[in-house]
Design a protein around this ligand. Structure first.
Ligand code: ADP
Ligand code: MG
Length: 185
């Protein structure tokens, strides 16, 4: 599998949200065959459920840019296991979540299979995704909508509240080396 540029959305709306996001980034630095090459600011965001009802717990959201040789299926499997490791309750997936990962973009690939749709089908509708995406890579072109993240953000209808936070993401844990580098012989 060649190296691909992948954007992953992270979100937490329970407990110490900053700590969960920082830990998620630290764990992404340990993904095999992968390197974290960018992290957006964190944003505090109003919860909006798919039916448009207002939720209770506000989120911290951000986006991580990863370069990886993992397959999309393998990456999703590791991210879901990491969600569980951080305390995600699979029986109440829509309840409060210590960590939610969404694969937003996987290079220019279109994927439509059971359990995995890429580009993420709601990416272009959500301010809490587009604000950090456009911060990280404003000129990146959406593979099916054929316009940039900045253009999508400017055209967005979503009026939900999204506030950029001033502290540095990932600052609670010092960076650790990725484990994908083969040991020197
Ligand atoms: P959401 O993030 O949409 O609020 P969940 O995190 O509970 O909801 O995800 C529900 C399901 O979405 C997961 O079981 C996963 O298999 C599926 N899914 C489909 N496409 C993606 C994607 N691009 N990234 C992450 N999960 C996805
Ligand atoms: Mg998800």
């Amino acid at each position: 599998m060649p190296q691909e540029i992948v954007f992953i959305g992270i979100g937490s709306n329970v407990g110490d949200r900053q700590d969960f996001c920082d830990r998620a980034i630290t764990l992404m630095n340990l993904l095999p065959l992968s390197q974290v090459t960018g992290v957006s600011s964190y944003y505090e965001t109003e919860p909006v459920d798919p039916e448009g009802r207002q939720g209770e717990n506000w989120f911290y959201n951000g986006v991580v840019r990863l370069e990886t040789s993992l397959t999309p299926e393998c990456l999703l499997e590791i991210l879901q296991e990491t969600e569980r490791g951080l305390g995600r309750d699979d029986t109440h997936r829509s309840g409060p979540r210590p960590m939610d990962f969404d694969i937003l973009l996987f290079g220019q690939h279109h994927i439509a299979q059971e359990g995995l749709t890429v580009p993420h089908p709601r990416l272009h509708l959500r301010r809490f995704v587009l604000e950090p995406l456009a911060e990280l890579d404003p000129a990146y072109i959406h593979p099916t909508l054929h316009c940039s993240m900045n253009d999508l953000l400017e055209a967005l209808d979503d009026t939900s509240c999204v506030t950029k936070l001033s502290f540095k993401p990932g600052s609670k844990y010092s960076p650790r080396p990725a484990c994908s580098t083969p040991p020197s012989s």
